[in-house]
Design a protein around this ligand. Structure first.
Ligand SMILES: Cc1cc2nc3c(=O)[nH]c(=O)nc-3n(C[C@H](O)[C@H](O)[C@H](O)COP(=O)(O)OP(=O)(O)OC[C@H]3O[C@@H](n4cnc5c(N)ncnc54)[C@H](O)[C@@H]3O)c2cc1C
Length: 454
């Protein structure tokens, strides 16, 4: 008899993980605290409840990274995707979902599965033995959050994401911006040119501050704010404290010389820092914000050099429990210090329903394969699944790690294709073709090990 797999949290990730493992022939126990213990965002006791929007975003598997993730999950017999497809609502190119019947379908299919049982309980400790996946999400219960922080080190678990916007490097105008670290600090040329700098004149700075103050902002949910103001002030709050505050904070113009205009001292400088090992993504340093998404794009494109910028993700500040996965998790999503425990879903530092379910799919398969003692080949980095797992378990910079949506910036570039806006369509098609091939080959090799889900 094989050992059981315990999954804590039956949300997007936990539900998919349970399904994959059960289909592979492993008995699964889902420990879900709702409806006994509630969160401020969930409304029901169903598994896989969609807490806010009812969209799985773009369903375009040729030109969109999240659409590609849909494709990969469908190819892997994913429960979340098949239930979403069964309750699809008209929404143009997006996959919108009728949320209540969707969650009921996921719940019923899991509860009626002969290998799955669900217990209603809050887990408040990391167990010493057994096979476990923790997929307790952005609203992990406080008691469990404390236990995880104790086991991993307090600095390794965040309770808020203070996200600065992330731009695609290729969309930054380097005829305006330049690469330089403040005071040319660093031992290597790479370190001395680690930042991209965008200069502002006084008039540009004043206009930027006006736009920031006038922009639409989102409000915190009730009960969401406890413990938030430690070191992550939104830029608009800094601007409210005084028009010059940002110029003396994240936008200070010191230690930098603009090679395009060496005789002109910028009044302020916006800095962007490399966000991934590939160098395809850059975050705007210190620019966490509660501005609404539409307003952010408008305001950030006022920054010289970012006039045409495209953003892999926009900024935000939310209640969100997540691990510093690049330091804590191995390539199999196991806690390095306790390899019988895996993490999955949003708590690993991915962002979104689809990405969370995707990481559940992988964790479920990897855990089941381990229990069955039939290890799977490494997840291919060129697939959307592989790009995500690689990012959270090593590709991202651990020092600035913040939750991430799937996007083409996480993919290794395809050689020989045109850069910039013009080549985008061909480039994205090349990424998605390559990904599908890699993912299909991986699924085939899973089947060869004899552990493919039924
Ligand atoms: C307010 C809010 C709005 C969001 N809006 C969107 C959106 O519109 N679109 C989008 O794509 N993403 C959104 N997200 C982000 C995120 O993708 C979703 O929260 C997603 O559901 C995460 O999946 P998950 O499986 O990791 O966590 P969840 O789906 O939250 O599942 C975690 C489960 O674990 C349970 N749990 C927690 N602690 C314990 C414990 N100690 N013991 C037992 N069970 C426990 C919870 O009850 C929950 O059922 C939002 C997040 C929040 C907080």
């Amino acid at each position: 008899m094989t050992e059981k797999l315990h999954i804590v949290g039956g949300g997007m990730a936990g539900s998919e993980a349970a399904w994959q493992a059960a289909q592979m022939g492993v008995d699964v126990v889902i420990h879900e605290m709702r409806p006994k213990v509630e969160t401020f965002a969930h409304r029901t006791g169903s598994l896989a409840e969609m807490v806010c929007s009812n969209s799985f975003r773009s369903d375009d598997d040729e030109q969109n990274a999240v659409g590609l993730l849909h494709w990969e999950m469908r190819a892997a017999n994913g429960l979340i995707m098949s239930s979403a497809d069964a309750h699809r609502l008209p929404a143009g190119g997006a996959l919108a979902v009728d949320r209540d019947p969707f969650a009921e379908t996921v719940t019923n299919r899991l509860k009626s599965h002969p290998r799955v049982s669900v217990t209603e309980e809050e887990v408040i400790d990391l167990p010493e033995h057994g096979h476990w996946i923790f997929s307790t999400g952005p609203l992990t219960s406080p008691a469990l959050g404390e236990a995880i922080a104790k086991a991993t080190g307090a600095d390794s678990l965040a309770f808020f994401d203070a996200i600065a916007p992330i731009a695609y490097a290729e969309s930054i105008d380097m005829n305006v911006a330049w690469r330089q670290s403040r005071y040319d600090k660093g031992d290597t040329e790479e370190e001395r040119t680690a930042y991209i700098n965008c200069p502002m004149t006084r008039a540009e700075y004043e206009a930027f501050i006006d736009a920031l103050l006038a922009a639409d902002k989102t409000e915190f949910h009730e009960g969401e704010t406890a413990g938030y103001f430690d070191g992550c002030l939104p830029i608009e709050v800094m601007a409210e404290r005084g028009r010059e505050t940002l110029r003396h904070g994240p936008m200070k113009p010191v230690g930098l010389t603009n090679p395009h205009k060496p005789d002109e001292k910028p009044y302020a400088v916006v800095q962007l820092r490399r966000d991934n090992a590939l160098g395809t993504l850059y975050n705007i340093v210190g620019f966490q914000t509660k501005m609404k998404y539409g307003a952010q794009t408008e305001v950030f494109r006022m920054i010289p050099g970012l006039g045409e910028a495209r953003f892999a993700r926009l900024g935000g500040i939310h209640r969100n429990t997540f691990l510093n996965s690049p330091t804590l998790l191995d390539e199999q999503m196991r806690l390095r210090s306790r390899r019988h425990i895996r993490f999955a879903g949003q708590i690993t530092g991915v962002e979104g329903y689809v990405e969370s379910a995707a990481m559940g799919l992988l964790a479920g398969r990897l855990a089941a394969a381990e229990i069955l003692e039939r290890p799977l080949p490494p997840v291919p980095q060129d697939s959307a699944m592989g790009a995500l797992i690689h990012h959270i378990t090593g590709g991202a910079d651990a020092k600035t790690f913040q939750p991430m949506n799937v996007n083409f910036g996480l993919f290794r570039p395809v050689d020989g294709l045109k850069g910039g806006r013009r080549g985008r369509k061909d480039r994205y098609k090349a990424y998605t073709d390559r990904a599908k091939q890699a993912w299909a080959a991986w699924l085939d090799s899973c089947a060869e090990t004899g552990v493919e889900p039924a």
